[in-house]
Design a protein around this ligand. Structure first.
Ligand SMILES: Cc1ncc(COP(=O)(O)O)c(C=O)c1O
Length: 376
């Protein structure tokens, strides 16, 4: 099978690019002497998970309990569920724990800590947990210097749960476009997590785990002293948002949607393709960046960018391809049936629209079909 034998739209994964992305992150983690706990939410695929964990102990991060189920069934035992826990998920978490999964939860309030501990006491399970730290005002978390709240949460977790440490996600880095800015975000993330851990230790609590991570901070950190593990996900495929930040090159983006030209609007300088927002997702993550890539950057079938052609607008199953500047386009170069590969703004979101990866390895031969899953 070759790309030309596929029915479009189809999600293409270039394994050669994926391996290079993985090697780069592995080298960063090794340079800093920290364990990699890859985040599996981007790939949601056992094959991708195995490639990301090769050479590491096999500890992973997930964003849904369905991922925890699937990856536990595939042999991963040490799983961090890195989204704040809700009461209606505790029975599910307890089931996985009883089956032998070391499932660690995260929480950032006394209320949640008391809820988890009470559930543990009432149900005879001990649920391990990390306290989420807000290191850069990005999202959730306890302030690193809020020693009183940290100690109160840690105290609440002593019976029915087990405090394992702290975690933070330097998501503020997704708005930083310079090497200095990315390095500064990495230091905010590191120092926030380490200060929170030190506050807990000073109050008498063991805090063995200091977990940080986002792809930009992990790749641009200059020092990870005091950190024990890195949680990173999108690096495995990268995407146009990461390229727009300068975290990777456009050529590093390992996933793209293969689409066919299905028509033209010659006077408007537009091609119509069979990949609209259903195939690309609605994610417009590059809209606020210096280069707006529309709904995706248009490449030839082999993945080489065609100048400044983008999916300028999208309906459910139609993508409208035009030059980024709206200038004229010789549509005769793209007869009906021409295959194009569209690189995504956000690979997690685009991959989520598809049920499988058609895997190539640098060329146009399909070397495998890997299943992926969605939902909760
Ligand atoms: C809690 C948490 N940790 C780690 C990550 C990994 O970040 P990235 O995909 O930038 O590597 C994410 C991403 O959303 C996250 O939410």
């Amino acid at each position: 099978m070759r790309l030309a034998d596929l029915e479009t739209p189809a999600l293409i994964l270039d394994a050669a690019k994926m391996r290079a992305n993985i090697a780069r992150m592995n080298a960063a983690a090794r340079r800093h002497g920290v364990m990699l706990r890859p985040h599996l939410k981007t790939g949601k695929s056992v094959e991708v998970a195995k490639a990301m964990t090769a050479g590491w102990p096999g500890a992973v991060t997930v964003s849904t309990l369905k991922e925890a189920d699937r990856f536990f069934a595939a042999g991963f035992r040490d799983i961090l569920y890195a989204v704040g826990i809700a009461p209606n998920k505790l029975a599910h978490a307890a089931r996985l724990t009883r089956e032998g999964c070391v499932l660690t939860l995260i929480l950032d309030s006394l209320e949640a800590a008391e809820m988890v501990a009470a559930f543990g006491r009432e149900n005879g399970v001990t649920l391990p947990a990390l306290i989420e730290i807000d290191s850069d005002d990005h999202r959730a978390g306890v302030g690193p210097d809020d020693a009183a709240t940290l100690a109160a949460i840690a105290t609440a977790l002593t019976d029915g749960a087990e405090l394992r440490g702290v975690m933070t996600h330097g998501g503020g880095s997704y708005n930083s476009t310079t090497e200095e800015g990315l390095a500064a975000h990495a230091e905010l993330e590191r120092s926030g997590a380490v200060r929170a851990a030190e506050n807990l230790r000073a109050a008498g609590f063991a805090c063995p785990v200091v977990s940080v991570g986002s792809t930009p901070t992990a790749l641009f950190a200059r020092n990870l002293d005091g950190v024990t593990e890195l949680r990173v996900g999108v690096y495995v495929f990268h995407d146009l948002v990461m390229a727009g930040l300068g975290v990777c090159a456009v050529e590093d983006v390992a996933v793209g949607v293969l689409a066919s030209v299905i028509g033209h609007q010659a006077a408007r300088g537009q091609l119509i393709i069979d990949a609209g927002w259903m195939a690309m997702s609605r994610d417009r993550g590059t809209q606020g960046q210096q280069v707006d890539q529309g709904y995706g950057l248009v490449c030839d079938a082999g993945g080489r960018a065609l100048g400044d052609l983008i999916v300028a607008s999208a309906n459910q199953e139609h993508g409208i391809v035009a030059r980024r500047d709206g200038g004229p386009l010789d549509v005769a170069r793209f007869p009906v049936g021409t295959l194009l590969r569209v690189l995504p703004n956000h690979s997690c979101a685009t991959a989520a629209q598809h049920g499988e990866y058609q895997v190539v390895d640098g060329g146009d031969a399909i070397v495998g079909t890997w299943q992926r899953f969605g939902g909760w």
